[in-house]
Design a protein around this ligand. Structure first.
Ligand code: SF4
Length: 358
């Protein structure tokens, strides 16, 4: 399958009049370019190295609050990007913005200039969390923005955060459920990273905010991921896009900064499914049997977990109940849907040379 590319055009913070406690857009994007630049050389460069099919390429305005940069500049940037859509060089345009920068006039402009996808930074659907994070808008404002975007027929992605000030797991599950209810087609899950020189960093240092550990972030994100899976909302990303600065931990004070966060979260999601089926697995255990865990193609390593953590944990838990299998095998099967598992208990003899993912 040919690779899909987003041609990212970063608009750091300039479109935003707000100051969320966690925000340090310049650190996240690792660059500080102005919004009123000529974006065409960036698009041309990306296309010259891509060389793939136009239907798999999109121009993506990310990084700040695109629809807050003012109508003249926004229109100029969109007009430039739309030329590439009209010339058949890219398929569409997507952008991210805040819920309070959405209205009929703005959506009309986006609709007439090739924008198909809007990502909204919702972060939380609890007013208490929005207030504690200085988001500057309410949950009702987010609901209205989502409804208007859907009315205009855009594809809508809801972005939410894990571990914001005063937020609990139950607030995050509620937010995910609201994202589903508001008709979002896709979601992004961003566990909080505390950057230096932000209000959140000050709060962490003075003890008014408890930073999230990677383990907590993984467990809470996995629960939220489960809500989206159950409701057919596609999760586009878990965790911040890795940059050189993030990899080195530069400017990061604390929080869920891990280069393989998405993989850890999905691994934990599968471990939770295994845990829910533990009674069946322990009842059927016998040293003369093989436990076969069937999954969709490409998911084996996520189920096994980093350093086979999930399989080792399952074996230990079974052992505590005096329930052991001759082997545990994870196999991919085209008939198994992604994000689901099927279990089989085989009495086949263990064949010499059989490769087990255990
Ligand atoms: S809305 Fe986005 S760009 Fe604006 S302050 Fe908050 S996180 Fe930063």
């Amino acid at each position: 399958m040919e690779k899909h590319i987003n041609i990212p055009i970063f608009i750091p913070h300039e479109g935003c009049r707000n100051d969320c406690v966690f925000c340090n857009q310049r650190t996240i994007t690792g660059m500080a370019e102005r919004a009123d630049r000529d974006i065409r050389p960036e698009i041309d460069l990306a296309l010259s190295t891509y060389g793939g099919n136009a239907k798999n390429a999109e121009i993506a305005f990310f990084g700040g609050s695109f629809t807050g940069i003012g109508i003249p500049l926004m229109t100029r940037l969109l007009d430039d990007a739309y030329e590439y859509v009209k010339a058949g060089k890219v398929s569409s345009i997507r952008l991210s913005t805040r819920p309070d920068y959405i209205d009929d006039e703005i959506l009309g402009i986006l609709k007439s200039r090739g924008v198909t996808d809007i990502e909204l930074g919702l972060q939380s659907m609890r007013d208490s969390v929005l207030l504690a994070s200085n988001r500057g808008h309410t949950a009702l404002c987010s609901e209205k923005a989502c409804a208007l975007i859907k009315k205009y027929g855009f594809t809508l992605t809801g972005q939410m955060m894990i571990g914001l000030p005063s937020s609990t797991l139950s607030d995050e599950i509620y937010t995910a459920e609201k994202i589903v209810e508001m008709g979002c087609d896709c979601a992004r899950i961003y566990p909080t990273v505390v950057f230096e020189n932000t209000k959140l960093c000050e709060m962490a240092k003075n003890g008014s905010y408890s930073t999230l550990t990677v383990d907590e972030a993984v467990a809470r994100s996995a629960a939220v991921y489960g809500v989206f899976v159950k409701n057919d909302v596609q999760v586009l990303r878990i965790g911040l896009q890795s940059t050189e600065m993030l990899q080195k931990g530069e400017n990061v004070y604390a929080g869920a900064n891990h280069s393989a966060l998405g993989e850890l979260v999905i691994g934990r999601y599968y471990a939770d499914i295994i845990e829910k089926n533990f009674d069946i697995l322990s009842k059927n255990a016998s040293k003369s049997r093989i436990l076969i865990i069937k999954c969709a193609p490409g998911e084996q390593s996520k189920i096994s977990g980093q350093k086979k953590k999930n399989v080792i944990a399952l074996k230990e838990e079974l052992k505590e109940k005096n329930a052991e299998y001759g082997a545990i095998k994870i196999i991919s099967d085209n008939n198994v849907e992604k994000n689901t598992l099927e279990f089989e208990f085989s009495t086949l003899e263990l064949k010499k040379g059989t490769e087990f993912c255990t």
